[in-house]
Design a binder for this molecule. Structure first.
Ligand code: NDP
Length: 504
């Protein structure tokens, strides 16, 4: 085999004599079918694009490591968290959510914060966001919600009316809407934002004692955001600003890092906790569950090839290692299906063989075989069934999550108790935000809702009013609405409010 990288070849290694002139019948004649190099080049080019992600299409990624800084073996038996100082290779991808692959990094949107830990027990993926909560808490609503963030089917335009119609009919969205329309909805860079698991997960130790946990990756660069006008300007002047910022920082050895803090609740504590810990629209107040520092995430290497390593990266909350399990959070349960499913559509059944997705430190030993683009030895001459008596890989009998008690009847149960949707966004508005944060929040909302039909504006302002009277009043004033109508709507049930605000 020649190592001559300077010699141009076809995809199959045959030398190419001319890459500037197609083969034609004479200098002015048509192209000939026998120009196999031209045909190969065009047909490969025609297939260069794979389906873009239906969400999180625009993103940037980098490699690095996670290092443990505290003993957490009383909570989890995960090998990569087993001792202070232990380092694990990581690949991270940050993204916006609703925009297409060519959309601007500065768009108002949650940011994806996805991590792949290449552990010795297989890959562990933490697929979070830069916000600790989400708009909805049932996966049945997810396609509908995302449709409202995409383009109107008739006009192919983004539609604030679709978004506010949905949010005003979905009161549990108000917490995330409040964060989204604060300046945290437009982070200055990917380096200047936190990452949260948002979901509750289960950690369990070597004795099978389990705990409910939430992850908070706090940026060591400090939180920095763009104001609404700054973000709008950035979209126009540098639509790739966060992508280039991440790349440039790592290139000049200014490695971004995040401190992992965990909130941890025992099952007993969870039972008497004031909030439903499986409701992703709620946080666990820090005063009630103080976070403990667990480790450090550092990103220190840029990918060599965007398509190979970032576009084809596939994260999946189902990728779990012993010591880490899932919770009954319904949104998480939906994602356990949907991530793998969408990767099958986007990348094919063997996407786990793409190098960035491969389990680097714990090779795959499964009975899965064949399928499009199976590009490794495909299990060689080993058995492809289990059980077998020819020495194939065996289940270890111990990698089983501890059981959790469940009760009730199978049925479509809404989240019920402990789910006042307005207290936490109200606390955020009143106690966490500065007056400048509140002013920017109101201005960002008013700017976005301008032009939305008045019945939707009124309905939504009533929800803001329920979170905090000042909040609802200021948005209503900014939109020129009758504040008395808003207060009246706020005093109704959601069903009455919807009935009282029909679209003409
Ligand atoms: P705390 O005062 O203990 O914590 C407030 C948290 O809010 C901090 O983690 C801070 O993150 C974050 N924060 C600060 N400014 C904003 C902002 N403009 N938008 C969103 N988050 C912000 O309060 P509690 O734990 O009692 O929570 C109060 C409210 O704070 C919650 O209802 C929730 O809306 C919000 N919050 C709570 C989080 C939690 O896990 N408890 C996490 C994030 C937000 P940082 O340190 O990075 O500045």
């Amino acid at each position: 085999m020649t190592n001559d990288k300077k010699k141009l070849t076809t995809a199959f290694g045959c030398p190419v004599g001319n890459d500037l002139d197609s083969i034609t019948a004479g200098p002015r004649g048509p192209a000939l079918m026998q120009d196999v190099h031209l045909l190969e080049k065009l047909s490969h080019f025609d297939r260069e694009r794979i389906p873009e992600r239906v969400v999180h299409a625009k993103g940037a990624g980098a490699y690095g490591y996670f290092q443990v800084t505290a003993d957490v073996t009383m909570y989890t038996k995960a090998a990569f968290l087993s001792s202070i100082g232990k380092k694990t290779d990581v690949f991270a991808r940050f993204s916006t959510v609703g925009g297409e692959k060519g959309s601007a990094d500065a768009e108002r949107d949650p940011r994806g914060f996805a991590l792949k830990f290449y552990t010795e027990e297989g890959n562990y993926d933490m697929t979070g966001n830069n916000t600790p909560v989400f708009f909805i808490r049932d996966p049945l609503k997810f396609p509908d919600f995302i449709h409202t963030q995409k383009r109107d089917p008739a006009t192919n335009l983004k539609s604030a009316t679709m978004a506010w119609d949905f949010w005003s009919l979905t009161p549990e969205s108000i917490h995330q809407v409040t964060i989204l329309f604060s300046d945290r909805g437009t982070p200055a860079t990917y380096r200047n934002m936190n990452g949260y698991s948002s979901h509750t997960y289960k950690w369990y130790n070597a004795k099978d004692d389990y705990f409910w946990v939430q992850y908070h990756f706090k940026t060591d660069q400090g939180i920095k955001n763009l104001t609404g006008p700054e973000a709008a300007k950035m979209c126009g002047t540098n639509p790739d600003h966060a992508t280039s910022d991440l790349h440039d920082a790592i290139k000049k050895d200014d490695y971004p890092s995040w401190t992992l803090e965990m909130q941890i609740l025992s099952p007993e504590q969870a039972q008497s906790f004031g909030w439903d810990i499986f409701d992703i629209t709620k946080v666990w107040p820090h005063s009630e569950v103080p976070p403990i520092t667990v480790g450090k995430l550092v990103l220190n290497r840029n990918p060599d090839n965007y398509f190979a390593e970032v576009e084809q990266a596939a994260f999946n909350p189902s990728n779990l290692v012993p010591g880490i399990g899932v919770s009954p959070d319904k949104m998480l349960q939906g994602r356990l299906f949907s991530y793998h499913d969408t990767h099958l559509h986007r990348l094919g059944p063997n996407y786990h063989l793409i190098p960035v997705n491969q389990a680097k430190h714990a090779p795959e030993n499964s009975y899965q075989r064949d399928g499009a683009m199976r590009v490794d030895a495909n299990g060689g001459n080993g058995p492809n069934y289990w059980p077998n008596s020819v020495g194939g890989p065996q289940p270890d009998g111990v990698s089983v999550e501890p059981e959790i008690p469940l009760k009730g009847k199978g049925g479509p149960h809404p989240y019920g108790h402990k789910n006042d949707d307005f207290v936490q966004p109200g606390n955020l508005y009143r106690h966490v935000m500065t007056e400048q944060d509140r002013t920017n929040l109101i201005s960002n909302i008013v700017g976005h809702m301008h032009g939305v039909p008045e019945p939707i504006q009124l309905r939504q302002c009533a929800l803001f009013h329920l979170a905090d009277q000042d909040y609802g009043t200021r948005v209503a004033q900014g939109l020129g609405l009758d504040i008395r109508k808003v207060a009246k709507l706020a005093a109704m049930t959601q069903e009455e409010r919807v009935a009282a605000t029909p679209l003409k």
